[in-house]
Ligand binder design. Sequence first.
Ligand SMILES: [Zn+2]
Ligand SMILES: [Zn+2]
Length: 419
Amino acid sequence: MRFQVPKGTSDILPDEQPYWRFFESRASETAASFGYGRIDTPMFEDAQLFVRGVGEVTDIIESETYTFEDRGGDLITLRPEGTAPVCRAYLEHGMHNLPQPVRLYYFSTNFRYERPQAGRYRQHHQMGIEVFGDGDASIDAEVIEVGWRVLDSVGIRDKILGLNSIGDTECRPGYVEELRSYYRPRVDDICRDCRRRLDQNPLRLLDCKQASCQPVTAGAPRSADYLCTACREHWEALLGYLRDVELPYRIDHRLVRGFDYYTRTVFEIVPPDEGSQSTMVGGGRYDGLIEELGGAPTPGIGFGMGVERAILNVKRQGVQLPTNSRTKVALAHVGEAARLRAARLASCLRMAGTPAMLAPRRSLRSQMRYASSQSATHAVIIGDEEMGRGVVVLRDLDRGEQREVALADLETVLRGSEA
Ligand SMILES: [Zn+2]
Ligand SMILES: [Zn+2]
């Protein structure tokens, strides 16, 4: 084959589309029911936006994003994640002047130059929400609940909410020092990546997936034990709100985010028995991000949900998609003159609101097979002789019955079959 889909990307074929449309409509309805408004941002942005927004060290911007100079010499990056562009839009459109909080949701296509392996995509789809301008713990609970309810709305029943607080600029430095002092004497027992993290990003020591690091991590100090008074109150209030709406949670001391602009709440929703490798929803509070992007200090919180993974779980849990029982007509013909009539009738039916398609110019038997393959509910067969009498043959493909119908009555009869 001369051309193939690029590594780490995939085509979404017509058979798959019902899952995507189902997810998109349910997720949108759920977000809207919480008062969220949809926002769409461009697929690419000034590369600098993501140097701040993503990446442990700045070389990530070069090695893990699609970043290139365009013809005008501007350095641009294909959107690797959803939050930074929405923050940019919030600032650019003066949404900080609107009544706060501002609640937004989005669907985005994200690009990462990932090493291709199972479950890694170079182009993937995300649904996410962001709330700006309200630091109250009730908002944390709300954001978590939106993620939970979106999964509910597509029928994903089995899921676990993991939760942690990583404090803020007030209390985190002290905790990070505790973490360092704990790991330093154990440096020979941890993996090479973790040795690097010990210097550069100690919080990330906690979410190392290497088996060799697990015994050390299990005994590490827990951020929730080192919160300052304000962070502790926020954390306890959040747990209270979650209990109020009966969202079962599990405190996961190893749930962290590696950047300074992340504050307090970190959460994820995972399928049972699979752990964080298969996170369906990941989110948290980022009270420092808007300021880092040049705005006034503004609290923010949100989550991202991988659509591919959500759909995988929809299938795994055997969710039945709502069936579309709408009438769909295939126009078959016998004879050349009838072919023309079929095309004209198809056009009329569509204008009247009934999906209709033309069967191919082949034998009647072959046209019928095509009609079935397209899940048509009815075939309308037009023949030269019937045309002379002003009638067509209407065949109900599900029941296998057929009868003559006056051309003038066809639309009414089809509409009557909708029930
Ligand atoms: Zn490790
Ligand atoms: Zn604190």
